[in-house]
Design a protein around this ligand. Structure first.
Ligand code: NAP
Length: 311
């Protein structure tokens, strides 16, 4: 029987690992398919305090992992296939093993949303991408579109100007949601242009993407827009499928926690993007990972009849 199993290895999960490891709880972290989570897809994190020159997302993940391992966290590169979290003993299964634990910290993050239009799935890897850091290089000297008007769209659009000749940001409204500083940078960048009030109705091509079918939502006019690639940054959906029916979810399918990271199930805590539809930053994920770890520690101490300092 383990004390703590942490599902997920992004900033939330690994911060929970650092804290529970330092409390001598020897946490087991089950990484999931994408080790390090979404932060590893970010080319340059400029707003994580303590790194004034910025830091690569993958580099950050490696530092988190090293720090967790240093204090005795066990890191398993595997995928959880099912859980039973309702009893006092929590059961967590991978394809080959069954683990038992007194507490579980859910830190499974979220996944980029898809447009859901014809051609999108067909051209994934052939012009459709959800990760500029991963695929930007393939569009050197080419023309790409970025869909969305939030921080991700502008951040990634700016990154893509390192490779592409032209980056067109296609947004469904005439005002961006992104932070002012990113808007300013994008507007000043000669390689970036905007198409406003427009939605993608189809991704089309032959072997690879050649154009998008766009519709202007104000005028209703439709037309083809020639591109070599399209990067979709329209938000995220939480990775909660494993827990549905056991852990309470909110209307957006995020895990419903109280302000102390408690779920509806005793001994089960959630942190990071899987329970945060508002802030979704590496730093807020790390902060909630810390909170979940302290709550798990407290839960274990109370069940052993020990007091827990400070609360
Ligand atoms: P977001 O802020 O939710 O923005 C999503 C964008 O996609 C919005 O502009 C939205 O349009 C548009 N959109 C949504 N569904 C669409 C659809 N079906 N078709 C076309 N457009 C659609 O998501 P995000 O940009 O991924 O950012 C998520 C969070 O991460 C935010 O809190 C953001 O601040 C944070 N983030 C921060 C940084 C940074 O600080 N540098 C970088 C990346 C992300 P509307 O505006 O019309 O709703």
């Amino acid at each position: 029987m383990r004390e703590v199993i942490i599902i997920g290895s992004g900033p939330a999960g690994l911060t929970a690992a650092i804290y529970t490891a330092r409390a001598n709880l020897r946490p087991l972290v089950i990484s999931g398919l994408e080790r390090g989570g979404q932060v590893t897809l970010t080319n340059d994190l400029e707003n994580f305090p303590g790194f004034p020159e910025g830091l690569g997302g993958f580099e950050m993940y490696q530092l988190f992992e090293k720090q967790a391992a240093r204090f005795g966290a066990e890191l398993l590169y595997d995928v959880v296939t099912s859980v039973d979290l309702s009893g006092e003993t929590k059961i967590v299964k991978t394809a080959s093993e069954t683990y038992e634990s007194r507490t579980v910290i859910i830190a499974t993050g979220s996944t980029p949303k898809r447009l859901g239009v014809p051609g999108e799935d067909k051209y994934i890897g052939k012009g459709v991408s959800y990760c500029a850091t991963c695929d930007g290089f393939f569009f050197t000297g080419k023309k790409v579109a970025v869909i969305g008007g939030g921080n991700s769209a502008l951040d990634e659009g700016l990154f893509l100007t390192r490779f592409a000749d032209k980056v067109t940001i296609i947004h469904r409204r005439d005002r961006l949601r992104a932070d002012a500083i990113l808007q300013e940078r994008a507007e000043k960048n000669e390689k970036i242009e905007f198409v406003w009030d427009s939605v993608v109705e189809e991704v089309a091509g032959s072997d690879t993407v050649t154009h998008l079918k766009l519709r202007n939502v104000k005028t209703g006019s439709a037309g083809d827009f020639a591109v070599d690639g399209v990067f979709v940054f329209i938000g995220h959906k939480p990775n909660t499928e494993l827990f549905a029916g056991q852990v309470n979810l909110d209307a957006g399918n995020y895990i419903d926690t109280d302000r102390r990271t408690h779920t509806n199930l005793e001994g089960v805590f959630a942190c990071g993007d899987v329970q945060d539809s508002i802030y979704r930053q590496a730093i807020t994920a790390a902060g909630s990972g810390c909170a979940a770890a302290l709550e798990a520690e407290r839960y274990i101490a109370e069940h052993e009849g020990r007091g827990y300092p400070g609360r």
